[in-house]
Design a protein around this ligand. Structure first.
Ligand code: 5GP
Length: 121
């Protein structure tokens, strides 16, 4: 899958559409999900043009990979969800129902998040 810079997160990075920013540094931007599924539901995105987890880890340099994960940790710490528990989700590709084709991690917490997946059909 090649990167398409018309995706909505690329537009957020370029400042073309607004977001509720919770953290930003040289490597990542974190903002509240527009359709939150938990009291804390933050999306963390790298600043570079990566489509999926596998694209990011295989293509980004070490500083980007480390910086991105430190940004995720910053969000977890700032939201004070580590003690109660939290979940990281990265939907990648068709079968995972990835909606936005810019790599992102969902940080979810602040309530009992239930089982990891719905029961198989
Ligand atoms: P995915 O299925 O790709 O992992 O999830 C994409 C997420 O992006 C969804 O949870 C959706 O609510 C969120 N989202 C989609 N468009 C926007 C937007 O314009 N702004 C924000 N803040 N979140 C968005």
């Amino acid at each position: 899958m090649s990167y398409d810079s018309s995706n909505v997160f690329a537009k957020i990075l370029r400042g073309e559409i607004p977001c509720k920013k919770v953290y930003e540094d040289d490597f990542a931007l974190a903002f509240n999900d527009i359709n939150p599924q938990a009291p804390t539901h933050v999306l963390v995105i790298p600043k570079g043009p990566y489509t999926t987890y596998d694209d990011f880890v295989s293509s980004a340099d070490d500083a980007e990979i480390a910086g991105f994960h430190r940004a995720v940790l910053h969000v977890i710490t700032a939201a004070e969800i580590a003690a109660g528990g939290y979940r990281l989700i990265s939907n990648s590709g068709v079968e995972a129902h990835q909606e936005v084709q810019h790599y992102h991690v969902h940080v979810l917490g602040g309530r009992d998040l239930g089982a990891m997946l719905n029961a198989p059909e």
